[in-house]
Design a protein around this ligand. Structure first.
Ligand SMILES: CC(C)(COP(=O)(O)OP(=O)(O)OC[C@H]1O[C@@H](n2cnc3c(N)ncnc32)[C@H](O)[C@@H]1OP(=O)(O)O)[C@@H](O)C(=O)NCCC(=O)NCCS
Length: 155
């Protein structure tokens, strides 16, 4: 197995047939939503040619939303979710985002751990009625304090 340093995290530049086949294999058995025609960018972690982590950020209804974060079980607790999250945050900030959102169920504690460290706060958006049975929305405001704490996110 590769060490974390040997795993590459990068933007998916071409959503071609080869990538699509690997994407579908990686998420087989997962209830993963397709982003459809929304403006979006996928990020992947590669061990050689194999996808071992994947995630997306998309723009919808005036909001940048991070979604679809998954790391292959054999490659967990190596910092890959963190690297995928930082790559998406940096990319989104480069696009001019002032706020970044994601939604998550209360039980998904590890995912919450992966995001809250950056300062995401639980916020119920105007058109949503958050309750115990729904996903909860979290918002990160892009501020100078964010860059001070996480210089790696600065464009
Ligand atoms: C959540 C998930 C993406 C984390 O991936 P990961 O690469 O292991 O996470 P990282 O190693 O980057 O860890 C990031 C932070 O998450 C937290 N964390 C990760 N694994 C944890 C664990 N087993 N227990 C407690 N905290 C954990 C820690 O706070 C960690 O930061 P730290 O190491 O600085 O303390 C991964 O567990 C996963 O893919 N889970 C399934 C997600 C899923 O079902 N997605 C839906 C699509 S099918």
């Amino acid at each position: 197995m590769k060490t974390p340093e040997e795993i590459t995290v990068c933007k998916v530049e071409h959503e071609d047939a080869a990538w699509k086949a690997r994407f579908l294999a990686f998420f087989s058995g997962c209830d993963i939503k397709k982003v459809g025609r929304k403006a979006h960018t996928y990020f992947a972690a590669y061990s050689g040619e194999e996808i071992v982590g994947h995630s997306v950020v998309y723009f919808e209804n005036g909001r940048w939303v991070m979604d679809g974060l998954r790391v292959n079980p054999e490659f967990r607790e190596m910092g890959l979710a963190k690297r995928l999250t930082e790559a998406r945050l940096r990319h989104t900030i480069e696009q001019g985002a002032k706020e970044i959102w994601y939604a998550c169920e209360d039980g998904n504690l590890v995912t919450i751990c992966c995001h809250l460290r950056y300062g995401f706060e639980k916020v119920c958006p105007h058109n949503h009625h958050c309750n115990a049975a729904t996903m909860h929305w979290y918002r990160l405001k892009v501020t100078p304090a964010l860059f001070k704490k996480f210089p790696v996110l600065k464009p």
